[in-house]
Design a protein. Structure first.
Length: 164
């Protein structure tokens, strides 16, 4: 399985991204058993889970971090807002988005589905990068509680050491 990737995005004036925490990508984490994604997230205290697609417009959550695990299909997702970067994801990949990180579906296969969840089961807000959202969201992003466990690896995951 390929190594995890850590990617940091700057505030682009619209999408704030996270000034402290990088996106963490686990390529192929559940490649052989994508049906286990939701159970693993929930076991590692990333709950309030759902299964669906990703919105096809830039958005972010200022009050919580989010994990997305690709359950079926493949897609290209733009991370970091308009100035960000597209990433190709496929079955079994996991992407952990720190609070404030913009994400948008660019294209996908018809069967594309992700499982999403939030540390401690928090209820995410949805922000669109509008100027009236600032400066409140900048403070919310910094105050989003850190997870107690890595959504993939539990106590031993690289997310905890990278985000601490």
């Amino acid at each position: 399985m390929p190594e995890e990737q850590f990617v940091h995005f700057e505030d682009d004036g619209s999408i704030p991204n996270n000034p402290r925490l990088p996106v963490v990508i686990y390529p192929g984490a559940f490649q052989t058993n994508p049906e286990e994604i939701e159970a693993a997230f929930n076991r590692n205290e990333w709950t309030n889970s759902w299964t669906d697609g990703v919105f096809n417009y830039h958005h972010y959550h200022s009050n919580t971090h989010e994990v997305l695990g690709v359950r079926s299909g493949s897609a290209t997702i733009q991370l970091g807002g308009e100035q960000g970067k597209p990433f190709d994801v496929r079955v079994g990949d996991v992407v952990v988005l720190p609070a404030g990180t913009g994400h948008k579906l660019l294209e996908s296969t018809e069967d594309f589905q992700v499982v999403g969840a939030y540390p401690g089961g928090l209820e995410p807000n949805k922000k669109l990068g509008e100027q009236e959202e600032r400066p409140d969201v900048l403070e919310e992003i910094l105050n989003a509680p850190l997870p107690q466990l890595d959504p993939v690896h539990g106590e031993d995951g690289p997310l905890l050491s990278t985000w601490s």
